[in-house]
Design a protein around this ligand. Sequence first.
Ligand SMILES: [Zn+2]
Length: 432
Amino acid sequence: MSPTSAPAGPHIIGLRCRECGRGYPAEALHVCEFCFGPLEVDYDYEAITAAISREKIAAGPPTIWRYADLLPAGSPGAVTSSGGASAPGAPVDLGAGFTPLVRADRLASELGLGELWLKNDTLNPTGSFKDRVVSVALTRARELGFKLAACASTGNLANSVAAHAARAGMDSVVFIPHDLEPAKVVTTAVYGGKLIAVDGTYDDVNRLCSELTADHPTWAFVNVNVRPYYSEGSKTLAYEVAEQLGWEVPDHVVVPVASGSQLVKVQKGFAELHRVGLLAEEPQVRISGAQATGCSPVATAFAEGTDHVRPQKPRTIAKSLAIGNPADGWYALDVVRSTGGAVGSVTDDEIVEGIRLLARTEGIFAETAGGVTIATLANLARQGVVRADERVVAYITGLGLKTIDAVSPHVGPTATIAPTIEAFNQAAEVDS
Ligand SMILES: [Zn+2]
C-alpha cells in the first residue's frame, strides 16, 4: 500500500447470530432480534488469509495490534509501531498485549508438571487482560461515531475503560458494585470519568447497564452493545502464545472463568490461526477453566455433568471472577467438554495459597484471579487432568497490587527491629 492511499477497514463482513446464523450489519448490536442469541463478528477469512503472514505480524507493533488483520476494528494499514493515535483507522492504544510468556520450571516442579508456561498479563497498561478487549471495543466504538464509553465492571474492566477513554479523548461512565476492592476504585477514578458505585452485586450492575443501554443509544457500553467487538480482543491471548512458542500451540491451557467469554475466545483464536494459514495443522488444545468455589456456576455444571449453568450469588475474594450468571457460561462449558478439559474450583484459602505459590516460585504477583488459576492448575495436576507430558500454559490475567487486601493479612515483615547490628543479629538468630 502506498503511504497516500486511504487505509482499508477491518476485514469484517458484518455480525452473525451464533444460534440461528442470521446476518446483521457491523453496528452496535449484540442480540439477535429473532432468537435472542448473541451476535458474533463475521470475518472475510479469504481476505485475511491473503493479507496476513508471520513476517507481517513480526514486523508489527509489540501490542495486540500486530494482529490487526484478525481484529474487528482499526485499519490494518494504519497500525504502526509508533503508537500514533491520530491517523485514520489508528487504534485506541495504550500498548495492550504482547505480554511475556515465561517458562515456569520452579512452579512446574512444585506441581509435578513438565513444561509449564505463564502468560503474564499482569503487565498490561492497567494491569489486566481487560486492556486487550477494551482497546478493541473503543477503537470500534470510535469508528461507529460514539463519544462516550461505558461499562459494568467487577473492577479490572473499570480501570481499563476509564484509562482508554481518557487516551481516546472520550467521556466515560463506569458502573461497579459498591463493595469493590479500594485499589480498583482509585485506579478507575483517577482517570477523571464518571464512576458510579451501585448498591448490589455485579449481576445487578450488569442488568442496570442493559436497561441503560436502551435509554442511552449514544453510549458505547463495551460489554453490552459493542460486546461482539469487545470480546474478540481476547483472541489475542491465543495468537500471542502461538507466536511466542515459535508458531506452535500448547497441549493444554488453563483460563480463569468469569463470563466465560475469554475461554471461548482463546479456543477461537487458536482455531483461526489454522484457518488463515498461520498454523499448518489444526490445533488440538485442551482447554480447562478455573473458578472460585464461592462463585462457580460453570464448575458446578461441569461437575454435575449438566448443560444447565445455574446462577449463583457470589461470595468470594476473587471479585474479578464474581459473575454469578455468566453470559457465556454454556459456551465455555461446551468448549471445555469438546476439547477434553475440565473446570475446577478453589476455596478462598486456596486462592491466597495460589497467589503466594506463584509469587514465591516465579516472582509474579497476581491478583485473586491468578490465584484461582494457579490453585486450580495445582488441583487439576493432582487429579491427573493436566499431565506432566503436556506443554501447559496458564493465563495470569491481573496484577496483585489490585487485590492487596486478599494477601495483606498473611504476609508482612520477617522481623521489625531497632536500627542496630545487635538487634539484627538477634532477629536473624531466630531463623538460623
Ligand atoms: Zn438468532
